[in-house]
Design a binder for this molecule. Structure first.
Ligand code: GDP
Length: 425
């Protein structure tokens, strides 16, 4: 098993953290390949809960190396703080965490720009987390970004940062009417990161390819979800990176031929944070009920998530896009208590029925879901030891999804804890 990739199959928050945490003991390396600290992966075991924003979930397993790949954008202050928190819990980080020398950095001006742009967009705001991820990727592609490797060169960094802050200050004040940032304070703060980051910095593409050559296995951990991919998602209401299986190759510097397992993580219903089209959204009491039962509030921002029925049109699309070889269905337990479950199997757009997911926003916003109604199920499934212990209607629901997508379901989440997971025989 060389490389397995875990992908959120919907709009993020599918429960990837728990699945990665379960698979981590079986692999040698866990690697993040895109996004930044806008991801919030919740891991619960016993009575402990920890939300990881940047460091891969494998950090809690002895003997697992963790990589933050070149495709990730890193807030140096956030990563240093996350390392400190994990060490405070008694888990060693040095020697186990590798940070790509080529990863781009998120600077205070990226956060200022992110928030200023969202205010400026007003009603058209994308609903970003305001953490500077998008503007950091903009600088990366504009070839004016600052990378991890630059942090290790104090004098060079001082020069680059000063120029970058001065340029961004002009934009912040002239375009958005925002306050200018204090150049000296930022430069003084960031040149201090060299020694803090240095022990972790390496050529992670070489590290990963060496590990693969030695027969080690790698788990690539996607953040967000495939419907938020900057190319293939519901643009412009997307993230600024590629949370898809292709993104794992470019974001880590590994070849596609190394990947042999692509696990789509599917929440048993749908949720979405922020703005953008969501055909199966429920704005009624069933939506409120799902939000309350599923604790659908953002792990990073606390924002309430929009909730709705499972959308097999969208899932067929992300399955094709990523090449899912298997599915993990999470939060099945949350749906217990509904008399009936609706599943969207097609869209009606301008009087025509289609099973193809339109990625252009104007068409998608006219899509009306066509539902099949399945019997609901009830009862506490947290104690189920095998799939056969699940209520029959719950098993039928899973079968319906698997048949429709033509992908086997190998893992089923029956509760928030690590132990509350069934692995299909
Ligand atoms: P991620 O970003 O995809 O890792 O998702 P989050 O961590 O933001 O959200 C997942 C939330 O659902 C966390 O609070 C998990 O503890 C919880 N969770 C994961 N799997 C299950 C499950 O099968 N059942 C229930 N009830 N909660 C789950």
């Amino acid at each position: 098993m060389p490389v397995s990739v875990v992908i959120g199959a919907q709009w993020g928050d599918e429960g990837k953290g728990k699945v990665v945490d379960l698979l981590a003991p079986q692999v040698d390396v866990v690697a993040r390949y895109q996004g930044g600290a806008n991801a919030g992966h919740t891991i619960m075991w016993g009575d402990e809960t920890f939300v990881l924003h940047l460091i891969p979930s494998g950090i809690f397993h002895d003997g697992t190396s963790c990589v933050i790949g070149n495709g990730v954008v890193i807030d140096p202050a956030a990563i240093v703080e996350e390392i400190r928190q994990i060490e405070a819990l008694g888990y060693p980080v040095e020697d186990r965490l590798k940070i790509s020398h080529n990863a781009h950095l998120i600077m205070p001006y990226h956060k200022a720009l992110d928030q200023a742009r969202e205010r400026w967009r007003d009603a058209e705001a994308i609903g970003t987390t305001g953490r500077g991820i998008g503007p950091a990727y903009v600088d990366k592609f504009a070839r004016s970004g600052i990378r991890v490797v630059d942090l290790l060169d104090r004098d060079g960094l001082r020069k680059k940062l000063t120029a970058a802050i001065e340029e961004k200050n002009d934009i912040l004040s002239a375009v958005y009417g925002s306050e200018r940032l204090d150049v000296d304070a930022i430069v003084d703060e960031y040149v201090e990161f060299d020694q803090l980051i240095d022990p972790y910095v390496t050529d992670t593409s070489a590290f990963l390819n060496d590990a693969l050559a030695q027969g080690q296995s790698v788990l690539a951990e996607g953040a967000q979800g495939a419907l938020l991919d900057v190319d293939h998602g519901t643009y412009p209401y997307v993230t600024s990176s590629h949370p898809t299986s292709g993104g794992a190759c470019t974001g880590l510097g590994i070849p596609p031929t190394a990947i042999d397992r692509i696990i789509g993580i599917v929440k048993a219903y749908s949720t979405r944070v922020g703005n953008g089209p969501f055909p199966t959204e429920l704005t009624d009491e069933t939506g409120d009920w799902l939000r309350a039962e599923g604790h659908e509030f953002g792990a990073t921002t606390g924002r309430p998530r929009r909730c709705g029925w499972l959308d097999l049109v969208a899932l067929n699309y992300t399955s094709r896009l990523n090449g899912f070889t298997e599915l993990a269905i999470t939060k099945l337990d949350v749906m217990a208590g509904l008399d009936e479950i609706q599943v969207c199997t097609a869209y009606e757009i301008d009087g025509k029925t289609t099973t193809r997911f339109p990625t252009d926003l104007r068409t998608l916003s006219r899509a009306r879901p066509v539902y099949e109604t399945l019997p609901g199920f009830s009862g506490d499934m947290k104690e189920a030891a095998t799939v056969a212990d699940l209520p029959k209607a719950a098993q039928s629901y899973l079968q319906f999804v698997s048949d429709h997508l033509n992908v086997p379901i190998t893992t089923i989440g029956t509760g928030p804890k690590r132990e509350q997971t069934l692995v299909a025989a």
